[in-house]
Design a protein around this ligand. Structure first.
Ligand code: AMP
Length: 216
């Protein structure tokens, strides 16, 4: 089974949703720098407060900060593989990950790219709700929610992310096109890249991802 995975794609491409499905189904541990930073901010830690300004406006946090988060996480949880949701996002991050994995002689198995249209991104971001407690992602249209929607898994509050507004999304997309999209070539060269049509419903996308993970 393939168990060292990175999930790449535009904001709203379904990385978080698929990462969560992978971890539930295959038990591969997942982490997301974006989720870590949101939690740190909610807790009011120095890291959360230092990075809040950047994340709120849709910019990218400095590579060194993100790579350190990933290295720390790998040291504690990396023994059984990983799914990275939203890492790497820049060429220096991808190179750092390669160096870390080479040091441990554990090459990356898959770089899964979720391809989505601009319309899909706009629709998903406009309707996205996320559980503040466990990170579960859903949409305003997918449930019969009362005025205070709650998470079906942990009953935490479902809220809109503060970087999910239309103008911040433009900055996030700019960063994605300029800094993340070039990584497709990087992972294509190493043979790890697999592109999946992420415009479809979550179960259909997950079937394709599962096939890749189970492939020899
Ligand atoms: P996400 O939850 O993946 O959409 O990330 C939310 C925000 O966290 C991003 O818009 C960035 O500000 C920051 N962030 C998450 N992952 C990274 C990364 N790999 N490199 C730099 N900044 C990141």
């Amino acid at each position: 089974m393939k168990k060292r995975l990175v999930l790449l794609g535009a904001p709203g491409s379904g990385k978080g949703t698929q990462a969560e499905m992978i971890t539930r189904h295959f038990g591969i541990p997942v982490t997301s720098p974006g989720a870590i930073l949101r939690r740190e901010k909610d807790l009011g830690t120095p890291l959360g407060l230092e990075t809040a300004e950047i994340t709120q406006h849709g910019g990218l946090v400095p590579d060194a900060t993100i790579v350190k988060l990933i290295e720390d996480w790998l040291r504690l949880h990396g023994a059984h593989g990983f799914v990275f949701d939203g890492f790497p996002r820049t060429a220096p991050q991808a190179e750092s990950l390669n160096e870390i994995l080479a040091r441990h002689r554990t090459p990356l198995d898959l770089a899964i790219w979720l391809d989505v249209s601009e319309q899909t991104v706009a629709d998903r971001i406009a309707g996205r709700l996320q559980c503040r407690s466990c990170g579960f992602v859903t949409s305003v249209t997918s449930g019969n929610f009362s005025e205070r929607p709650v998470c079906p898994y942990c009953e935490g509050p479902l809220v809109r992310r503060n970087d999910d507004d239309a103008s911040v999304l433009q900055t996030r997309l700019k960063e994605y096109h300029a800094k993340t999209e070039p990584l497709a070539k990087f992972y294509d060269k190493s043979g790890a890249l697999h592109r999946i049509d992420g415009n479809r419903d979550r179960e259909t996308v997950f079937k394709d991802i599962s096939r890749l993970i189970e492939s020899k």
